[in-house]
Write a protein that binds this ligand. Structure first.
Ligand code: GDP
Ligand code: GDP
Length: 435
């Protein structure tokens, strides 16, 4: 289960500086693999061995002055609904502002764990100044300097301490967990109804766990699986706006709790920026992926239609393009079963282990055919490859000079793995290690 921390607060208090610091420890691990880009709003961290996701709600702030306050208020409400802990950042240089008081009033009414970080406490003199923030009525203050990192350790200790410890998993590990993801109105509910509505065959319903994610177990068309339904979550909420921030934030928990994400896009709109940002969340979490282009019944089709759509989608999601893309109609139930079968196949691909002997046979040949280019007269030799015993497919190539293996060559290695072994729909990690 995921632990989500949301950072809230006025502009310029240092939220993104803090965000960068909190996601740093994890970055070192993540960046070892190729092509990882970090976005400003969403990152992963680990503290005392406990992993968490962190969302900087300020990254989504709008620019127009007059709707600013309302926007921050909404972001705070949403953070309360969706996160496990709220980190409210204030600025000791400015002291308590009206907007701080407003945010504090909303937070005081929530039942969530709220932590107030007084930022820019770069020296001891400022500790005295920080005391005025007790007036916000949110309990203990954490004096920090996001710039130097001082105080952030104590803050993280306190936050992770509130996360549930070794929560007993109520779900069975070898049964795939599918998250149905997509912007509002793409047809998520309709798809779920098409899949299970007619002949509902519910085995267990684990709603009402403390964490709000809804895993429901089904046995349909001979397949046993859990569905994580974000559509249902959305409908229970108070905040209704169709804004990127809201659907992204809603999607995060479902994505994190899934094995395979079924990303639905609307054929009448194509793959839009918001769909792409949801795609990136899935990729960043190394989840399996199936893309369903829904409402295909509404499209005037010719022989080239599916190719045209496929090409457009792949351009947007590159370089990870080895993804099944299917054209469905939740309304007419066209290809619903095929979509489910494909998701099951992606789940199997994701847990696949390739024998080392088989892998070396194929990959050493591919390396021999097209060796890494020499750099500054030095020749890179890759001697051995093995799949790591990780949860998602990861491969370690052992080389004499790993630092000289560049991005383009990693890409070549990944493509060769994909050509020879079916990893459709599954992100792959490539590591080059010192022999
Ligand atoms: P955000 O708008 O809340 O995300 O704020 P930023 O992280 O962009 O920071 C706003 C400004 O405050 C930047 O100029 C930062 O360099 C500065 N800042 C952030 N943290 C600290 C800190 O701990 N001490 C000091 N002195 N400045 C800081
Ligand atoms: P959600 O917000 O993603 O759960 O989307 P809904 O399932 O509520 O669907 C939004 C709207 O699109 C509804 O009016 C549906 O009837 C319509 N819709 C969903 N799937 C299809 C489809 O395959 N074809 C057509 N023509 N309409 C659809």
């Amino acid at each position: 289960m995921s632990n989500i921390i949301a950072i809230v607060g006025r502009p310029n208090v240092g939220k993104s500086t803090l965000f960068n610091r909190m996601t740093e420890s994890r970055k070192a691990i993540v960046d070892e693999s190729a092509g990882v880009t970090r976005d400003r709003q969403y990152g992963k961290g680990v503290w005392n061995g406990i992993e968490f996701s962190i969302i900087d709600t300020g990254g989504y702030a709008v620019n127009s002055e007059d709707i600013f306050e309302g926007e921050i208020r909404k972001q705070v409400m949403l953070a309360i609904e969706e996160a496990d802990a709220i980190l409210f950042v204030v600025d000791v240089e400015n002291g308590v502002t009206d907007m701080d008081e407003e945010v504090a009033a909303v937070l005081r009414r929530s039942k969530k764990n709220v932590f107030i970080a007084v930022n820019k406490v770069d020296n001891n003199a400022r500790i005295i100044d920080s005391h005025e923030f007790y007036s916000l009525g949110l309990g203990e203050l954490y004096c920090i300097s996001s710039m130097t990192g001082s105080g952030t350790g104590e803050l993280l200790d306190a936050i992770v301490d509130t996360f549930p410890k070794d929560e007993p998993e109520e779900i069975e590990e070898n049964v795939p967990r599918f998250a149905i993801i997509g912007r509002p109105n793409v047809g998520k509910s309709s798809f779920i109804n098409a899949l299970i509505g007619v002949d509902r065959n519910m085995v267990t319903d684990i709603a009402g766990t403390t964490r709000d994610a809804i895993h429901t177990r089904y046995n349909q068309f001979g397949h046993d699986f859990y569905l994580i339904d974000t559509a249902g979550l959305r409908k229970r909420t108070k905040v209704k706006e169709d804004v990127e921030f809201y659907s992204t934030m809603r999607s995060i928990r479902a994505i994190e709790d899934s094995d395979v994400c079924i990303l639905i896009i609307d054929a009448t709109r194509g793959m839009e920026a918001q769909d792409v940002s949801i795609f990136h969340l899935i990729d960043r979490n190394k989840k399996g992926l199936v893309i369903l282009v829904n409402k295909w019944d509404l499209i005037e089709k010719d022989n080239a239609s599916t190719n045209k759509f496929t090409k457009q989608i792949k351009e947007r999601i590159a370089p990870f393009v080895d993804v099944p893309i299917m054209f469905i109609s939740a309304l007419t139930k066209q290809r619903i079963l095929k979509a489910l079968e494909t998701a099951v196949e992606v789940f199997e691909n994701r847990s696949k282990k390739i024998k080392t002997s088989e892998l070396n046979e194929v990959m050493l040949k591919a390396i021999e055919d097209y060796p890494p280019p020499s750099i500054k007269g030095k020749f890179v030799k890759i001697k051995y490859v093995t799949q790591l015993p990780s949860q998602t497919p990861s491969f370690a190539f052992f080389a004499n000079l790993p630092q000289y293996v560049k991005e383009a060559y990693r890409r070549y290695l990944e493509n060769k793995i994909r050509e020879n072994f079916n990893f459709s729909g599954v992100p792959i990690q490539i590591y080059i290690r010192k022999k």
